[in-house]
Design a protein around this ligand. Structure first.
Ligand code: GLN
Length: 289
């Protein structure tokens, strides 16, 4: 845990506030499958599109002609539902841009986070995009694309909490989301920097965990920094501690051994990263301060 905290501190120093809890955009623009910066895209299009399209030529997907993405749309600003029931967020827009590059139609299947991970493993979805952190347990059962974003585990507490740092979590009730890295870290044994399973309550999603915190059922919630920022903004009386648990890489998970799809996704992602599309999508939802 110490190593993660050192990393987190270094990253916070190195990056602007945006990466360490910058404000979440309240933009409610509906998800569009168009890349956010099509002007920038055009300069790279000639060579770029050719390579991801070539990779896409051999693709077999779960539903022909579609790129099926499993997700948990309760993780703002990466994925959330709009008032009219459609989906928006960083992952939703990046997925839309990748699908466009591959000549496929994006289909989003919303489910619990642990189910979204399982869906790719069972061949029910082509990819999982849900702010998914790459870790060894998951690498054993699925393959991951190159990373497209960074997450940091943070602690949400009531404003008047006596918890001031991670050391104060011993003996407290910790709320987490089921199946997430936040749960894994906290439920680990004290020797490994965790607090033991009995100290941790696993909720269906982040919002449910935050509601439990507001109701006093847990003393804190450990969750990724971007959704934490969003939940704290929309629920007065809560704050995020300055200390972090871990710096993590988000990537797209696919069925283990599906190298055709993985290569196609990585080719598309490289083009979208190079032409600035990925960064402009992230900036749209997490504006730099
Ligand atoms: N990044 C965390 C994980 O991968 C949480 C993701 C999520 O809750 N959507 O476990």
């Amino acid at each position: 845990m110490k190593k993660y905290m050192a990393l987190a501190t270094a990253l916070c120093l190195a990056l602007s506030l945006a990466a360490c809890g910058g404000s979440t955009s309240s933009s409610s623009a509906a998800a569009s499958s168009a890349p956010a910066s099509s002007a920038a895209a055009s300069s790279e299009a000639a060579s770029g599109t050719a390579s991801s399209e070539a990779a896409a030529g051999e693709l077999t997907t779960v539903v022909s002609g579609k790129l099926t993405m499993s997700t948990n749309a309760a993780f703002p600003p990466y994925e959330m539902t709009t008032d009219d029931g459609s989906f928006e967020g960083i992952d939703v827009e990046i997925a839309g841009a990748i699908a466009d590059k591959l000549g496929l139609e994006l289909q989003i299947d919303d489910m619990d986070f642990d189910a979204a991970l399982l869906a790719v493993q069972q061949g029910k979805s082509d990819m999982v995009m849900a702010g998914v952190t790459v870790n060894d347990e998951r690498l054993a059962v699925m393959d991951f694309s190159d990373s497209y974003a960074t997450g940091i585990q943070v602690v949400i507490v009531p404003e008047d909490s006596d918890i001031a740092s991670i050391d104060d979590l011993a003996g407290k009730k910790i709320g987490t989301q089921r199946g997430t890295t936040g749960y894994l870290y906290c439920s680990d044994t004290p020797e490994n920097g965790g607090f033991g399973e009995d100290a941790v309550v696993a909720y269906d999603d982040g919002l449910t965990a935050v509601r439990a915190l507001l109701n006093g059922q847990v003393d804190c919630v450990v969750i990724d920094n971007a959704p934490a920022q969003s939940f704290v903004e929309s629920n007065p009386g809560l704050k995020i501690l300055d200390t972090e648990f871990a710096v993590e890489d988000y990537a797209i998970g696919v069925n283990k051994g599906n190298t055709a799809l993985l290569d196609a996704i990585n080719a598309a992602l490289a083009e979208l990263t190079e032409d600035g599309t990925v960064q402009s999508i992230i900036d749209k939802y997490i504006p730099a301060e």
